[in-house]
Design a protein around this ligand. Structure first.
Ligand code: FMN
Length: 308
């Protein structure tokens, strides 16, 4: 037997213990319910739901998806059911699951984030929050909250005060120094740090001579971003003393093991679920097989192995 369990929030009074390090990435696995008939999703370490806002959102104009070499561009624009429907319709289902569900939250102002956090506090079926700071800060002219350490820390401090739940803060790669942002977020009270969100990109339809996406720009994900994500995880793991959740292009168990060896305690599978919904489970089984083959009893032996 190998021990795959990991503690994602060691500094939190209740902690957030996962049976294994494989999570789903926000926006690529709905609310989990859409996938529960395809495989036993409760074998996963945790489910992270679609980014949730105060009001329901229809998202950006179509087209909102474009395939690129080794990747996917999306400009979904946070289409979601809104927090009230999430609490009423989704949380009661999650409360009957043993797999922890983490709610990803998104806002345009610090006040949006704190209202979301306080409304979710104490709701049965919700085990933690993941604060998506890759959102435009309306008061600061639309720059992403996570683009600089000060605004990243401001949101983190405010959400920390508004919730007693374990809090993951999800970083954007669209910044000049992600380690500085990670340090600021750690200082402001994050329990763990997830990274990375999508990289800003675009595509052009040459027949129409127009940007391909209705929103003009979008976020790049998938295997194309894996080396960038891995590098950023390596940087951040060297800068902060918090569990790190690696994300970006993870498709196979060996991808996941690279992130773990770079310093991630857990990983998220995102775009890979669109080509194969079972990808998160295959990644988990592959990690387990690797550990057995290598005679590793505890996953913690592999965390940061490439740094030592
Ligand atoms: C269609 C789509 C929707 C996404 N929606 C969200 C979201 O609502 N909140 C969020 O924090 N990240 C969102 N992401 C980013 C992913 O969670 C993940 O950070 C990113 O795609 C990189 O991982 P991947 O390459 O494995 O997909 C979305 C990604 C995609 C492709």
């Amino acid at each position: 037997m190998v021990n795959l369990s990991i503690q994602l929030a060691p500094k939190h009074p209740r902690g957030l213990l996962l049976a294994n390090p494989v999570m789903t990435a926000s926006g690529t696995f709905g609310y989990g319910t859409e996938y529960s008939h395809l495989f036993d999703i409760q074998k996963l370490g945790a489910i992270v739901c679609k980014g949730t806002t105060l009001e329901p959102r229809d998202g950006n104009p179509q087209p909102r998806l474009a395939e690129t070499a080794g990747g996917l561009l999306n400009s979904i624009g946070l289409e979601n059911i809104g927090i009230n429907a999430l609490i009423k319709e989704k949380a009661p289902i999650w409360a009957s699951w043993h797999v922890p569900v983490i709610v990803n939250i998104a806002g345009e102002t610090v006040g949006d984030y704190t209202r979301l956090a306080s409304q979710l506090d104490g709701v049965a079926g919700i085990s933690g929050l993941e604060v998506n700071i890759s959102c435009p800060n309306i008061k600061a002219g639309g720059a992403e909250f996570g683009a600089n350490p000060d605004s990243a820390a401001e949101v983190t401090t405010a959400v920390r005060k508004a919730t007693s739940l374990p809090m993951l803060v999800k970083l954007t790669p669209n910044t000049s120094d992600i380690a500085k942002v990670a340090e600021a977020v750690a200082e402001a009270g994050a329990d763990a740090i997830s990274l990375i969100n999508t990289l800003k990109g675009m595509a052009i339809d040459i027949a129409k001579r127009r940007p391909l996406l209705g929103n003009i720009t979008g976020g790049l994900s998938g295997p194309a971003i894996k080396p960038v994500a891995l590098y950023m995880v390596y940087e951040v793991a060297g800068a902060v003393d918090l569990p790190i959740i690696g994300c970006g292009g993870i498709t196979t168990a060996s991808d996941a093991l690279e992130f773990i060896m770079a310093g991630a305690s857990a990983i998220q599978v995102g775009t890979a679920s669109f080509t194969d919904p079972r990808a998160p489970l295959d990644v988990l089984e592959g990690i387990e097989q690797f550990m057995k083959k290598e005679g590793i009893e505890n996953i913690s032996e592999l965390v940061g192995a490439a740094r030592r």
